[in-house]
Design a binder for this molecule. Structure first.
Ligand code: HEM
Length: 215
């Protein structure tokens, strides 16, 4: 099967959505662990960032892979959204009360768009910046501004909603699905999403409220 055939078949789309989602989830977990260095002070955070950048050519290679995963995920998400709308111009009555749907699953395309907007702002804030300035200072200068801090905090709440369904969906696509442990998988996905988003959320919160944070 060629890539274009895979992209057009619904099974292929599902697999690629799961693979790109898994790559993005792994990045998010690694980014959350790395960012948690902020809680150990500016020195710990800066030395972590320096070590990361000392990986040389691996960094742009990793960034290209990440960009490809993001683009594939967005493209497939958009395709799925348009297909669902086309297939059901009039919403099924049963959908409203269907037990399988959650706030996370219902809002996937919209939370996805919010995360995309967040990412654009985020990369301008922290990625396309003056590399001569320590990263802790860049983060502090942005996040001590109340509007930015609020934007980051709200975006992390939206992220929690998106990945809570994303993690669950990932299990389904991998065939990890059984009536016996589906409830545990749902709760586990929600719990993991809340913990991960909370790590990210505490950074703007601490920068805004604690004067000495990242100094
Ligand atoms: C408060 C939360 C966050 C903080 C403080 C933060 C901080 C940072 C910093 C400092 C960088 C630049 C790293 C460097 O180049 O040295 C960065 C890059 C990046 N962040 Fe975040 N981040 C946060 C949340 C997120 C979230 C939720 C996502 C994804 C949805 C994300 C996606 C990215 C991406 C894609 C990059 C570029 C990675 C690269 O080019 O290697 N970040 N972030």
């Amino acid at each position: 099967m060629t890539l274009s055939q895979t992209l057009r078949s619904s099974v292929g789309q599902k697999i690629l959505m799961a693979v790109s989602g898994a790559i993005l989830s792994l990045f998010l977990v690694a980014h959350g662990i790395g960012n948690s260095m902020t809680f150990f002070g500016s020195e710990a955070f800066n030395s972590y960032a320096e070590k990361l950048h000392s990986l040389g050519f691996l960094v742009p290679l990793f960034e290209l892979g990440l960009l490809a995963a993001f683009l594939l995920h967005i493209f497939l998400g958009l395709t799925l959204f348009l297909q669902n709308n086309q297939a059901r111009p009039v919403r099924y009555q049963v959908e409203k009360s269907s037990g399988g749907r959650t706030p996370g699953s219902r809002t996937m395309p919209y939370t996805g768009v919010v995360i995309l907007i967040f990412l654009a702002v985020h990369l301008v804030n922290f990625h396309f910046t003056d590399r001569a300035i320590p990263i802790s200072e860049i983060v502090r200068n942005v996040l001590r501004q109340p509007l930015y801090a609020l934007f980051y905090i709200s975006a992390m709440a939206v992220l929690a909603l998106h990945i809570s369904h994303g993690f669950w969906s990932l299990f389904q696509s991998l065939g990890i699905n059984h009536p016996k442990y589906n409830a545990a998988l749902r709760h586990g996905s929600l719990g993991a999403a809340v913990v991960l988003s909370a790590v990210f959320m505490f950074i703007p919160l601490c920068t805004l409220l604690i004067k000495e944070f990242l100094r």
